[in-house]
Design a protein around this ligand. Structure first.
Ligand code: FE2
Length: 277
């Protein structure tokens, strides 16, 4: 059997950008499809069984947990109903997975280092569980975004998961503002308090030009930016009544470092993409 993963450093959030298959974990089995978020509590043992190649965004809450944001005046059912959080099932597929024979490696991550423990059996052998700690799944197509015809709703209203020093927000299709006095575009801003990362999942990305699904943008704190020139012209005309985009945004209070592997695929001309064309 393929190795299991276990992250002892913090909760993990998977975002399935592409691919289908199954997830097996301590809490049971989940079917996965594009647009799924899967939150795996710290210490959960898990593995994937892909049917097609997975492309996944993995966001680790190092030394922290994920929770749901306070919905405040909007009420507890806002943005998505908590009943839409799917739980893993201890079903026939999970029991069949338990019956698979052979040694099983568990790759355990702690303080950034990975240790390997080998079991002479499948350790995903639970038959039930109690309490409110569990892996959960939510698909972005079940999110009901907040909007206003008069007020440009700031990105914080699209927060999906909350951690100690960062938030994960989802931009889902939503109508444009229609009031003549409303600001109809995202604000130009410095994001002085947060580093911003956006992962583009699907659709037509209304504030960005030359951005395709699967790309990621990184706007460090203090970098003044707004819509790209061509996107800005299109938005002022507003030929469409609504956005048609799914994107995941990660806003972090602490500055982010870019790994060497990301440098290798960086589009270095991105910083010049606001220049008039
Ligand atoms: Fe921004």
């Amino acid at each position: 059997m393929p190795a299991l993963a276990r992250n002892a450093d913090g909760d993990q959030l998977l975002f399935i950008h592409d691919g289908r298959g199954e997830l097996f974990c301590d809490f049971g089995r989940l079917d996965l499809s594009p647009g799924d978020y899967v939150m795996l509590p710290r210490g959960t043992m898990w593995r994937l069984r892909p049917e097609t190649t997975f492309k996944i965004l993995l966001i680790e809450a190092t030394n922290a947990h994920y929770s749901l944001p306070d919905k405040g005046l909007l009420g507890g059912q806002a943005i998505f109903d908590p009943a839409l959080l799917d739980l893993p099932a201890m079903d026939e597929g999970f029991r069949a997975h338990q019956a698979e024979a052979g040694d099983v490696e568990v790759h355990i991550k702690k303080r950034g280092a990975v240790s390997v423990a080998t079991y002479p059996y499948n350790p995903l052998d639970a038959v039930g569980w109690h309490g409110d700690l569990c892996a959960v799944r939510l698909n972005v197509r079940d999110i009901r975004p907040i909007m206003s015809h008069r007020y440009h709703v700031p990105p914080s209203a699209h927060t999906t998961f909350l951690s100690d020093r960062f938030v994960v927000c989802t931009f889902a299709p939503r109508p444009f503002e229609t009031d003549p006095g409303a600001i109809k575009i995202p604000f130009f801003h410095n994001n002085d308090d947060f580093d911003e990362v956006l992962f583009y999942h699907a659709g037509d990305f209304f504030s960005r030009d030359n951005i395709d699904a699967g790309m990621m943008t990184f706007h460090p704190s203090g970098f003044t930016h707004g819509p790209h020139p061509k996107a800005l012209r299109n938005m002022l005309v507003q030929s469409k009544p609504a956005t048609d985009e799914y994107a995941v945004m990660i806003d972090t209070r602490d500055p982010l470092d870019v790994a060497e592997s990301a440098h290798r695929v960086e589009l270095t001309g991105y910083v010049d993409s606001w220049a008039a064309s």
